[in-house]
Design a protein around this ligand. Structure first.
Ligand SMILES: Cc1cc2nc3c(=O)[nH]c(=O)nc-3n(C[C@H](O)[C@H](O)[C@H](O)COP(=O)(O)O)c2cc1C
Length: 272
């Protein structure tokens, strides 16, 4: 693809090659962009019920359905969550849903049958539940975007998992994974460029480029054309520079997540 066409495709309009079998679903997925400013417009109750069912229908590891979601309708609670996220728009969206890994429900169910639920708190369960929660959040987001709403994921709830656990009264054997805020978009951001797909798509075995800096050079240039509406409507640094900055920051607060997970009753089995 010529460089200018690639740039256009990445920033303003996601043109697709004529021979791609694009349908409405694919079109929507290719048009994904995060929205961080929302109109003051509620989402219909019937839409909310449908979206919950979309989450409920999501594929689930071993059929155990170990994810739950909390719809935050109390605006003062939403503002407390926004404070954890350090992102005001979290409380400004019409809808705020927090997805949690949930091994508690099945543990209680096993208890109620006097069954030995010894395996309820191991890392296998947690990773299953974590994956389920992420998939539910993605299905919600896809559904929301297909309805013409905008959405933003909120990994920032993990700035302080203990606070989120406290605010949402999450029981032991649960853990907050990801938030999704959504509503009618009040902004129209550029499409954030992605690296060339060949750098992420391999056949049969992993393929590392011979020269990483060279492999990312064109993408680095494209990324500096993108205006980031997230904070200050400014152009971003190159991707390489963003990676270097982020990897140089060990972010000790986030690194404590294993302690928070253990405090929720999960057995990390870090040794042996
Ligand atoms: C797991 C995950 C967590 C994220 N957390 C946040 C967040 O806390 N706040 C935010 O504004 N965006 C968040 N995002 C959105 C990303 O910043 C966004 O997807 C990325 O910059 C690419 O931009 P795009 O989605 O517009 O293409 C998150 C995305 C993912 C997948």
């Amino acid at each position: 693809m010529p460089e200018q066409a690639a740039l256009t495709r990445n920033l303003t309009d996601m043109h697709t090659p004529a021979d791609w079998p694009v349908n409405e679903t694919i079109e929507r997925l290719l048009q994904h962009r995060t929205i961080r400013a929302f109109a003051d417009e509620p989402v219909e109750a019937s839409t909310i019920a449908m979206l919950a069912e979309v989450c409920n229908r999501t594929a689930t590891s071993t059929g155990m359905q170990q994810a739950s979601w909390i719809r935050v309708t109390d605006k003062s609670l939403a503002r407390e969550i926004a404070a954890v996220c350090k992102q005001d728009y979290v409380a400004e969206a019409a809808e705020l849903w927090i997805f949690a890994a949930d091994c508690y429900r099945n543990s209680r169910l096993a208890d109620s049958h006097d069954s030995d639920g010894m395996g309820a708190n191991d890392m296998n369960r947690l990773t299953q539940a974590w994956t389920d929660a992420v998939l539910c959040a993605q299905n919600l987001t896809t559904a929301v975007e297909s309805l013409g709403y905008g959405a933003v994921y909120l990994g920032s709830i993990l700035n302080d998992p203990a606070k989120i656990i406290d605010l949402l009264q999450l029981p032991k054997l649960t853990f907050p994974v990801l938030g999704v805020a959504f509503g009618r978009a009040a902004q129209s951001p550029q499409f954030k460029p992605r690296m060339p797909v060949d750098l992420r798509t391999f056949e049969n075995r992993y393929e590392a480029p011979a020269d990483y800096a060279a492999a990312f050079a064109d993408y680095d240039q494209v990324m500096t054309q993108y205006y980031d509406l997230r904070n200050s409507n400014r152009r971003l640094d190159s991707f390489s520079s963003q990676v270097c900055q982020r990897l140089a920051d060990k972010s000790p607060r986030r690194a404590r997540i294993l302690q928070d997970i253990a405090a929720q009753g999960f057995d990390l089995k870090a040794e042996g």
